[in-house]
Design a protein around this ligand. Structure first.
Ligand SMILES: [Fe+2]
Ligand SMILES: [Fe+2]
Length: 177
């Protein structure tokens, strides 16, 4: 057992911490705190680079592709729905950014919360349904190859400094939860 999907579930825990801070910030704004543009800019940077380019790219470019190969037997394929939810998330973030540029509090709250709830639900589906399915249907050989591809993708796209940068951001967000 090489626990292929454990690395992705661990990344979910980091993403959930940032989402927790995002939800708390929304509550504070609703209670009268002015919009902290810097907080949101940092959250968007994290979401776009760590949650999307770093984590979702491993799912989309490597794991999901492997699960959709003809010789992988799955009685239902949740990959399309997962891809759709990644796109919905990107839309929320784009609209959040526009809301921030216009200082439109309703748009900021609606899109930040929309993203938070979408991702919480998405992560729960992956952790509880899709990843266990992947661990079950992919041969050990395939899992080993995917794990190597994950490592290559990380080092080619990010490198250790960038990964460290985002992990230290998680700690800062964690203090705000
Ligand atoms: Fe995903
Ligand atoms: Fe995920």
């Amino acid at each position: 057992m090489i626990e292929l999907t454990q690395v992705l579930s661990d990344e979910h825990q980091n993403i959930l911490k940032v989402i927790g801070a995002l939800k708390k910030e929304c509550q504070a704004i609703e209670n009268g705190r002015p919009v902290d543009q810097e907080f949101f800019a940092t959250a968007i940077d994290f979401i776009r680079n760590y949650a999307d380019k770093f984590h979702h790219a491993k799912e989309e470019d490597i794991l999901f592709k492997a699960m959709c190969q003809d010789d992988v037997a799955m009685h239902c394929n949740p990959v399309d729905q997962m891809l759709h939810e990644h796109d919905l998330g990107r839309n929320y973030v784009k609209n959040l950014e526009e809301g921030l540029n216009q200082n439109n509090i309703n748009d900021i709250l609606m899109n930040a919360r929309g993203y938070a709830y979408l991702l919480e639900d998405h992560i729960s589906k992956e952790d509880n349904i899709l990843y266990p399915m992947a661990d079950q249907v992919l041969s050990l050989e395939k899992q080993q190859a995917i794990k190597r591809d994950f490592e290559t993708a990380e080092s080619v796209k990010f490198g250790p400094e960038v990964k460290e940068k985002y992990l230290s951001l998680v700690k800062i967000f964690e203090e705000r939860i």
